[in-house]
Every structure is written in C-alpha cells, then in structure tokens.
Design a protein around this ligand. Structure first.
Ligand code: FAD
Ligand code: NAD
Length: 469
C-alpha cells in the first residue's frame, strides 16, 4: 500500500494538536491528525477542562440553590441530588464539543486518523509515521510531524491505581455515587477543583498536601486567602503530609492511606492528583533522534523544533504550564513558524485559573518571584466586598492584587481571588501583553457596576489612591 503523503501530520487531537492542524490547513497545507481516541479534543475535552467545569458548574448551582436562593427571596422545596442526571449533562456537554472539533477538522479538510501513532524513519524530505488501529496498520508520510501527545496522570510509589477506587481525575469525573469519604492527594488544580465538586455533593473530603501551602506556584498571599475560604467550605486540607502508600483493604470495604507520622486514614475512594507526566514514551522518538529529558519532556527550541529534522513538539509533552490555552498558542505558533512566520509566545502572559468558587486567577509574576529577582515593585490590592456589583450578587469574597514596577509602573503580575476571576483576568493578560502600566489600567474606563471595577481600584491602589476604600 502506498503511504498517504501530507505536509503536516499532527499526533494528538488535543487543544495543541487540533489547533495546529487547523492553522496548517488554513495556510493551505495538506494536513492529517492522528489520535488513539475516536473523539477529538484530547484530554481537555474528554476527561479534563470541559467535564470538570461542567461538574463544577452543576455542583455550585446545587450549593447556591440550597444556601443562597432563600436570601434572594426564592422559595423551593427540598433540594436533592440526581447524580446520574448531573453526569449525563456533563457527558452531553463533552459529546457536543468533541463532535464540534470533529466538524471543524472536516470543514478544514483535515483527515482525522484513528489509531496509535509511532514515528518511523526519514526518507529525503519526508518521515514515516505508522498508525496502529484495531483494523490494522497504516503508514503515513509527512514533511512535518508535530507531536502533541499531551500528558497522563502521575502517581506515587506505594499507590497502585486500579481505575476505580484508587483513581485519578478520570475516575473522579465519573463516580457513580457520592463517596462518603474521599481522600485527595495533592492540593493543586485537580485536587482543589474535584475536591470542591465532591465536597459540594456531600462527600467528606480530606486533601493531603506534601508542601506547607496549597497551589504551589500561585502568589502565596492569594493562595493563603483561598485556603481559608476552602477550609470554611468544608475541605479538610492537611498540609505537610507525606503519603507513603495507599491500598484497598483486603475485605474490599475501604481504602487505607498511609501518611508519615500519623495513623493511616480510612476512606472510600482515593483521588491521586499529584501532577501529570508527558506522554513521550512508545512513540519511537528515541530511535528518531528526538531528545527527551529525564522527566519525559520533549526538548524543543524556540520554534518548537526537536533535535530530529522535521519533528516538532507542542503542548503538555514539552513541559511548562500544562494548560490547554498554552498548548493552543504553541500549536498555532509552531505551524506559523514552519510556514516561515514569526514565532513568539510570552509565557509571562499565560494566565492560570483554578475554577473553584471563588476562582483563583493569575498572570505574570508572583510577589515571591519579584522578591527573589530583586525587582523593585509597588503593590495595590482591592477587596470585592467594597465593589457595588459584588454586593448586588452576594459574591463578596476575595480581592485583586496588582504588582507594578516601582519605577516604570509596568504591570508585572495580577492575581485575583474572587467570583469570575477567570474572566476578569483577561484584562490583565492584555495589559501585560501590551506592556501597560498600572496608570494605563486605572485610566481605562471600567463599566459600573461590574466586578472589573476591582481591577481599576487595585491599579489606583498601586498609586495609593483607591477611591472606594
Ligand atoms: P492532550 O489534550 O493531552 O491531547 C493529547 C492527545 O494525544 C490525547 O487525545 C491522547 O490520547 C493522544 N495521544 C497520545 N499518544 C498518542 C499516540 N501515540 N498516538 C495517537 N494519539 C496519541 N487546562 C486548562 O487550561 N484549563 C482547565 O480548566 C483544565 N482543566 C483540567 C482538568 C483536568 C481534570 C485535567 C486532567 C486537565 C485539565 N487541564 C486544564 C489541562 C489540559 O487538559 C491540558 O493542558 C491539555 O489538554 C493539553 O493539551 P495537549 O494538546 O498538549 O494534549
Ligand atoms: P498540580 O501540579 O496542580 O498539583 C499537584 C499537587 O500535588 C501539588 O500541590 C504538589 O505539591 C502535590 N504533591 C505532589 N506530590 C505529593 C505527595 N507525594 N503527597 C502529597 N501531595 C503531593 O497537579 P494536578 O492537580 O494533578 O494537575 C495536573 C495539571 O493539570 C496541573 O498542573 C494543571 O496544569 C492542569 N490542570 C489545570 C486546570 C485548570 O487550568 N483549571 C485544572 C486541572 C488540571
């Protein structure tokens, strides 16, 4: 069989891969994308960003109906939980979006090949990729191969994941009943988001974190304030805990988690959320001459080229923030670079958001990073409780923190704890991307009454002149 020839072959149809493929097709290149799953969209759409946000929304609505409706004058009978209905809605959201990505691929005349890809040898200008599916193998040739294989959950020694009670986020997005006692290992993005979901649905949730703080890497003041709120909401967060192992008891009745220096903890389910590992194994990369570091991250240059000619890599598999929008930026930049364009991604302007309630959103440098670098800065903070719109909605928790250069006033970091922080951060991302100053921010008109007024006030506070405080 003569192999099909493409200009671009993308391995992985996640946010990095499918965006790269669409950009390549838009530029007129003959493009195919290979994914082992039939549904397009990668981890993000299938078992990541989208299903988690669907469950966060549903569970928060339940909390709001139970605890806030009466304050707003609403009268309802007893509010119960139909977990199956909640899960079905989540599945529908996922299916709609994965189908949406498939139609985008089709519309752009991108071939979507289902199967596991393995990079083969190079011959002149092209390289072979072998795709194995249940119905056999096919060889595909391409001038440019982009590896966008993403990541998988990491685990710990002493813990044997069983895809059920000892599970990862994938299982925690689909429990068939509310576990009475859920033990989460790791107070990062997944631990806090999915811990929040099951806490809201009635589980007693313990979160064990190895470090002495939650959300490592986030501005410490914001993380400490968030921690207090999450504890008040019922998360039993235990810091400085070294997990030695976990197993299902021999009578299958419970799980036991062994923690250094304390009695073992009994629970019904364990969610391991200690980070994710790049998927760079089993792809034939070593044989192809692609350098992978000791953590499994594919090494790339500033144009996303690996050490093997014609092979590029983007997204979770190359390290850096494991975020869907970071993968998308890289996908687009990588293709445009191969096509002869300019490649630039400002990694300081990639926002990170934890979709708890309140949300935690950050962009740019943290206060700790500025201190460590010896950068002189000024800080302005402003609480949501002093904002009219926050009073009207009842979302009073949290604050905006802006860090600006002491001499130039350039905005270096913005950190927000509050309702809709993930949407509010977009303004800060634009400000940092365009090198705006705190003064630029406060001289920009902010509609009243909106939560965004807290950003204006925090920018004014950088100059010691907040109006409403
Ligand atoms: P992926 O989305 O991982 O896609 C890679 C694809 O390649 C997968 O479909 C995989 O099956 C396929 N693949 C791998 N190897 C092969 C092979 N050999 N052959 C064929 N196919 C292969 N990020 C955010 O920005 N916001 C969020 O709210 C968010 N929430 C998350 C919630 C959870 C529970 C999880 C787990 C992650 C979340 N993330 C979030 C992270 C986000 O999902 C990832 O950063 C993003 O999906 C990475 O995109 P990618 O294109 O690099 O890879
Ligand atoms: P994470 O890196 O966010 O958090 C892992 C946590 O586990 C850290 O706090 C770490 O200190 C802790 N930890 C590590 N080893 C431990 C141990 N032995 N015992 C106890 N705690 C330990 O990782 P995650 O929550 O698994 O999420 C993986 C990645 O997926 C994230 O880094 C993020 O990039 C992405 N993600 C993003 C979102 C979002 O954007 N809203 C949501 C979910 C996941």
């Amino acid at each position: 069989m003569t192999p099909s020839h493409y200009d671009f072959l993308v391995i992985g149809a996640g946010p990095g891969g499918y965006v790269a493929a669409i950009r390549a097709a838009q530029l007129g290149f003959r493009t195919a994308v290979v994914d082992e799953h039939t549904a397009a969209g990668g981890v993000c759409l299938r078992v990541g960003c989208i299903p988690s946000k669907a469950l966060l929304e549903s569970s928060q609505r339940l909390v709001a109906a139970r605890s806030e409706l009466a304050t707003h004058g609403g009268i309802a009978g007893e509010i119960g939980l139909d977990l199956q209905a909640m899960m079905k809605r989540k599945d529908r959201v996922v299916t709609t979006l994965t189908r949406g990505v498939s139609s985008l691929l089709k519309k752009n005349r991108i071939e979507h090949i289902q199967g596991r890809a393995r990079v083969g040898g190079a011959d002149g200008e092209t390289r072979t990729v072998v795709v194995t599916a249940s119905d056999g193998e096919q060889a595909v040739r391409a001038r440019n191969v982009i590896v966008a294989t993403g990541s998988r959950p990491a685990t710990l020694p002493g813990i044997e994941l069983d895809g059920d009670r000892m599970g990862t986020s994938t299982e925690a997005l689909a429990y068939d009943a509310v576990p009475e006692r859920l033990l989460v290992i790791g107070a990062g993005y997944i631990g806090l988001e999915l811990g929040a979901v099951w806490n809201r649905l009635g589980s007693k949730v313990i979160v064990l974190e190895y470090l002495d703080r939650i959300l490592p890497g986030t501005d410490a003041e914001i993380a400490a304030a968030a921690e207090k709120i999450f504890r008040r909401q019922g998360l039993d967060i235990r810091l400085g805990c070294r997990v030695l192992g976990a197993k299902v008891t021999s009578d299958q009745k419970a799980c036991l988690v062994e923690v250094e220096g304390t009695e073992p903890i009994e629970c019904d389910r364990v969610l391991v959320a200690v980070g994710r590992q790049p998927i760079s194994d089993g792809l034939g990369l070593e044989e192809a001459g692609v350098v992978v570091d000791e953590r499994g991250n594919i090494q790339v240059d500033e144009r996303f080229a690996t050490s093997a000619p014609g092979i590029f890599a983007i997204g979770d598999v190359i390290g850096g923030p494991q975020l869907a929008h970071k993968a998308e930026e890289e996908g687009m930049a990588c293709v445009e670079g191969i096509a002869g364009g300019y490649v630039h991604i400002d990694y300081d302007a990639i926002p990170g958001i934890v979709y708890t309630e309140p949300e935690v959103a950050s962009v740019g440098k943290t206060e700790e990073q500025l201190k460590e670098a010896g950068t002189a800065y000024r800080k302005g903070t402003f609480p949501f409780r002093a904002i009219g719109r926050a009073r009207a909605t009842g979302s009073l928790e949290g604050f905006v923190k802006i860090l600006a250069h002491a001499e130039t006033d350039e905005v270096l970091g913005v950190h927000i704890l509050g309702s809709h922080a993930g949407d509010l951060i977009a303004e800060a991302v634009a400000a940092i991307s365009f090198g705006a100053s705190a003064e630029d921010l406060f001289r920009t008109s902010h509609a009243h009454p909106t939560l965004a007024e807290a950003i204006k006030e925090a920018a004014l506070a950088v100059h010691g002149r907040a109006v409403h405080m």
